[in-house]
Ligand binder design. Structure first.
Ligand code: SF4
Length: 213
């Protein structure tokens, strides 16, 4: 279920209510995005070695103090990639040519749909891990904070993302399909009461694992 409030937020309405015409257009675009989307995801789980400034997992050495802080006390991580599929890209590019105002709304709807799908996937992972007494930390993506986007290529290779979910990387390090997400999630026996949506909206401001802005 695509969150209408998230769509409105992505459209930049800071506290303002869109007109009925815009709300109607959002509903039309939601139907079109849902019809075009073929969501897929892939996960792999690896043991992790976390220091103050790096994380070694899945054969990768990830240099990032902020990721290391978020994964403090995690002995394992999950590598995750998800995509809405190429149909949503086609829809977006169609409206970029035909009706730019609709393309803007399709873009916002697709972003919200991607977030919803990632949250659903994470919920499934959380339920499975809870059976082992493990808690899942918020998603942390390559390119976020001090984790270089340059790790994206190796990260996708570890997940065999082209074969498993059809995600490829352009020379400019852009993922195709465009509505795709990669992320690392820490697994820990330490309960943090994490928000699936991430540290940004979590009220636990004193949390030792909170990722820095
Ligand atoms: S700040 Fe909140 S979401 Fe972030 S690690 Fe701590 S408990 Fe989890």
């Amino acid at each position: 279920m695509i969150d209408r409030q998230e769509v409105i937020r992505y459209l930049g309405y800071k506290g303002h209510i869109p007109t009925q015409d815009v709300l109607d257009l959002i509903e039309v675009c939601i139907k079109e995005v849902e019809a075009a989307a073929e969501p897929k995801h892939v996960v792999r789980r690896f043991p992790a070695r976390v220091t103050d400034s790096s994380v070694a997992a899945g054969g990768l050495s990830l240099h990032s103090r902020q990721l290391a802080r978020n994964l403090k006390d995690c002995k394992e991580v999950i590598f995750f990639a998800a995509t809405l599929g190429i149909g949503v890209d086609r829809l977006l590019h169609k409206y970029l040519k035909l009706q730019v105002s609709k393309a803007v709304v399709v873009q916002a709807v697709a972003a919200a749909a991607m977030e919803t799908y990632c949250n659903q996937c994470q919920l499934e992972i959380e339920k499975a891990c809870a059976k082992e007494g493990l808690f899942v930390r918020p998603r942390y993506s390559p390119g976020y904070g001090d984790l270089s986007l340059k790790v994206q290529n190796e990260f996708l290779q570890v997940l065999q993302a082209q074969k498993t979910v059809g995600i490829v990387l352009t020379e400019g390090d852009i993922m195709l399909p465009e509505k795709s997400v990669t992320a690392i999630m820490g697994l820990s026996s330490v309960k943090t009461g994490c928000h699936r949506e991430g540290c940004e909206i979590c009220s636990n401001t004193g949390c030792a694992y909170r990722r820095a802005k």
